[in-house]
Design a protein around this ligand. Structure first.
Ligand SMILES: [Zn+2]
Length: 103
C-alpha cells in the first residue's frame, strides 16, 4: 500500500503550476485550463486534448470568444506560423463550449 502523508500532499498542491498565455485574450492561465491547438508535422491544425501531440502548439481558453479574438487577429496563424483555413477554425469552434458567461 502506498501511503502519502497529508503534509506531502499539501506541498504537492502548492507546487508552481505551469502557466500558458491564451492566444486570444492574452491572459496567463494554468496550462490545464487552456486547450492546446497543435500543428501536426503533417500540417493539420487541430485541438490536442492530451497536450502531448508532437508539433508546434499554442494555447487558447476553451471559449469561443477567445477563438474569435485569435481568429480576427490571425493570432493562431502567427503563433503556429501556418495558414489556417476558415473550415479548420470552424471545426475548432465546434469543439469549444459556447460561452455561458463571458467575463
Ligand atoms: Zn483567452
Amino acid at each position: 500500500m502506498l501511503q502519502i502523508p497529508a503534509r506531502g500532499l499539501r506541498s504537492l498542491r502548492k507546487r508552481k503550476i505551469p502557466l500558458r498565455t491564451c492566444v486570444g485574450c492574452g491572459e496567463q492561465k494554468p496550462k490545464r485550463e487552456l486547450v492546446r491547438i497543435v500543428r501536426t508535422p503533417e500540417g493539420h491544425v487541430e485541438i490536442d486534448p492530451t497536450g502531448k501531440k508532437s508539433g508546434r502548439g499554442t494555447y487558447l481558453c476553451p471559449k469561443r470568444s477567445c477563438l474569435e479574438k485569435a481568429r480576427k487577429g490571425k493570432k493562431i496563424e502567427r503563433s503556429l506560423k501556418h495558414e489556417i483555413s476558415p473550415d479548420v477554425l470552424d471545426k475548432l469552434a465546434e469543439q469549444l463550449p459556447a460561452d455561458v458567461d463571458d467575463e
